[in-house]
Design a protein around this ligand. Structure first.
Ligand code: FEO
Length: 407
């Protein structure tokens, strides 16, 4: 029967059978301006195997793509590389439609799927380094615990030298094109960096170890197939090299200033600190939270050397948008940053201290005492802001020089 959606062949034995979500803009708090794809893959081995599924509302699209190649009832195995709902949401319905002999997941994946679906342990565990015989090919499993969930794993198909890398090396990018070499390079790097900053940044030390682990396996890889965005069949080192750079978070001259303002006073202070940073040799990036999203700030600090937070005091506390972005960034555990806090106030002025405390709790080295301006900053306050910018720049350049020496 003619299907409304078609599978796309990505290697000799593997078809992409995922779904394209052009409309999503909020991926658990991350602004996905270009939508996303939920990638699932069908291996046409002797024992036909499905790798991952899609978010629940897209199950019909996925089943249609499968049906454009085979009957879903021909699927023998389903492998769940990751239990997060964008990949497992339609798993129960797909199992019902396909009636596979077995469903596999990592040891932690079996537990997580049970805790999602309460289905009497329908999935069976596979071990790190374990294999699954597909008749004419073999699937091997590589656990990637906490990258980015406890259950996460990758699967490797020896026949096509294809690594199903699950969330790693992916990006939120809805496109008809299925391969990275069909997409503009700048878009790939921009969305890849946003994805890393917003999803994987807290696990950067594990990313470095994983890159070593995969390289150490010495397996040939002809196709890298993540669970979001395009697959890679050319330039296969590009994403691993970028991951290596992003995971290191080496300090740069970029200083990110996130701030909001009520009556332009905190905004004026941000501008003066930016001027001081420039005078000191740093490169300020001012991010007004009236026009920037928290995930834009996350993407900018990926290659920054400073994070400076500006907040007016509202009702004895930090301004809501600034609290939002600092809470979000704190969770992402950025490293190697210096910073400071500033802001205006009317009568109590708690926000600057609260912002500075949050920065310290994030591990940001405080490079200068926070500056408060009562109501509207005068020339003296603005001069202090410029001096703070110069002090921060000086500290950034010192750290950068020390870093270069260590290299
Ligand atoms: Fe794409 Fe962690 O889910």
């Amino acid at each position: 029967m003619e299907q409304p959606f078609k599978a796309v062949k990505i290697s000799e034995h593997v078809h992409w059978v995922g779904a394209i979500d052009r409309d999503i803009r909020d991926f658990h708090g991350y602004l996905t301006s270009r939508g996303t794809t939920y990638n699932a893959y069908l291996i046409l081995a002797n024992k036909i195997t499905l790798i991952d599924t899609v978010k629940a509302p897209f199950r019909e699209e996925m089943l249609s793509r499968i049906a454009s190649v085979i009957s879903p009832r021909d699927i023998t195995y389903i492998v769940s590389n990751h239990s997060e709902m964008d990949h497992s949401g339609s798993l129960p319905e797909v199992i019902q439609a396909a009636n596979p002999e077995k469903v596999f997941a990592s040891v932690m994946g079996v537990k997580a799927l049970e805790e999602h679906f309460h289905w009497g342990n329908r999935a069976e565990p596979v071990k790190n380094g374990g294999t699954l015989d597909l008749g004419n090919m073999k699937l091997s499993f590589i656990e990637t615990r906490m990258l980015h969930w406890p259950d996460s794993m990758m699967s490797y198909l020896d026949g096509d030298a294809l690594l199903f890398s699950q969330d790693a090396f992916g990006m939120h990018l809805a496109s008809r094109e299925r391969f990275a070499d069909e997409i503009d390079d700048d878009v790939l790097e921009h969305e890849g960096a946003r994805y890393y900053a917003n999803i994987l940044l807290p696990y950067s030390r594990l990313v470095t170890k994983l890159l070593e682990k995969v390289a150490g396996l010495g397996i040939p890889i002809n196709v890298l197939a993540p669970d979001h965005g395009p697959a890679w069949r050319k330039d296969l080192k590009r994403m691993p090299e970028l991951y290596s750079k992003w995971a290191a978070q080496k300090p740069t001259r970029k200083a990110v200033i996130v701030y909001d303002t009520m009556w332009q006073s905190t905004s004026k202070m941000a501008g003066a600190i930016g001027d001081g940073l420039t005078e000191g040799g740093a490169a300020p990036k001012l991010m007004s939270l009236k026009s920037c999203h928290r995930s834009d700030a996350a993407a900018e600090i990926l290659d920054a050397g400073a994070l400076i937070a500006g907040s007016p005091t509202l009702n004895n506390g930090i301004f809501p948008t600034v609290a939002d972005v600092l809470t979000y960034l704190k969770g992402l555990k950025p490293r190697n940053l210096v910073g400071a806090a500033f802001g205006s106030y009317g009568w109590s002025g708690e926000a600057v201290g609260q912002a500075q405390e949050t920065l310290s709790a994030m591990g940001v080295e405080i490079a200068g005492e926070g500056i408060k301006a009562k109501y509207v900053p005068d020339n003296d306050v603005l001069a202090r802001c410029r001096a703070l910018g110069r002090d921060i720049a000086r500290r950034m350049l010192t750290i950068q020089a020390e870093n270069l020496k260590e290299d």
